[in-house]
Every structure is written in structure tokens, then in C-alpha cells.
Design a protein around this ligand. Structure first.
Ligand code: 5GP
Ligand code: ZN
Length: 109
């Protein structure tokens, strides 16, 4: 855990952010500034800066992020209508929080 990292603080229960789902590996919560009716963030408990910093030891984290996102899409009623899964990578890719996270965005009418 990096003490100055907001997503480390959220993932380790140090904030009042509502956690929608938690596993040994990750937490899920709503984006504070949603870009769509459904905008969830899937955040590993392990501090990894971005996709660039993944190692082969992190493969299970990556697959769990996607599988839990798939399940949460269903739970939030956007499986059939469709949704985006997005990783922003570094500043040029729009990353603002430098702790790896997967966006699930959907629910447009
Ligand atoms: P990025 O641009 O780094 O891929 O996305 C970071 C996302 O995290 C943004 O969409 C932003 O709204 C969200 N965010 C930043 N700080 C917080 C926070 O403290 N709580 C929550 N729930 N979302 C946050
Ligand atoms: Zn962190």
C-alpha cells in the first residue's frame, strides 16, 4: 500500500467510499465523476501503477478484474445492452490516478 495513493486508501478501507464488491484481490466502487449511468471502477488491492507495470505474476489479478467486471455488468443490468471496459494508460492515455484500474462504462439509452 502506498500511503499517498487514493486508490490504495479506498482499497484498504481507509475512506468512506462505498465498496460494492470486494474479493481477496480487488474492490469495486462507483466512479465519483461518472461518464455514463453506470460507471464502476475495478481496483486491485495491490498497488500497480499502470498496465505498463504489470508482471507475469499479476496475470491472475488482470483476469479477475475482467471476470468480476463481467459479473457486475450483469448485476447492473448492462450485459445485454452493452458496455465499455477501459484502461487508461499514463498521462497521454488519460490516466489521472496512477493505481491500475479498469473502468466499466454503460447504461446509455
Ligand atoms: P483515470 O483517468 O485515471 O483512468 O480514471 C480515474 C477515475 O477515478 C476518474 O474517472 C475519477 O472520476 C475517479 N476518481 C478519482 N478519485 C476518486 C475518488 O476519490 N473516489 C471515486 N469514487 N472515484 C475517484
Ligand atoms: Zn495505490
Amino acid at each position: 500500500m502506498e500511503k499517498d495513493c487514493i486508490f490504495c486508501q479506498i482499497a484498504h478501507g481507509r475512506t468512506d467510499t462505498e465498496i460494492l464488491t470486494e474479493t481477496d484481490t480487488l474492490v469495486v466502487f462507483k466512479d465519483i465523476n461518472p461518464h455514463a449511468p453506470v460507471h464502476l471502477l475495478f481496483v486491485p488491492k495491490k498497488h500497480i501503477r499502470s498496465i505498463n507495470d504489470l508482471t507475469s505474476a499479476d496475470q491472475e489479478i488482470l483476469s479477475e478484474l475482467i471476470m468480476v467486471a463481467r459479473d457486475m455488468a450483469k448485476e447492473h443490468g448492462v450485459s445485454k445492452s452493452g458496455y465499455k471496459l477501459l484502461y487508461n494508460v499514463e498521462k497521454g492515455g488519460g490516466q489521472l490516478v496512477f493505481h491500475l484500474h479498469l473502468h466499466l462504462i454503460g447504461g446509455w439509452h
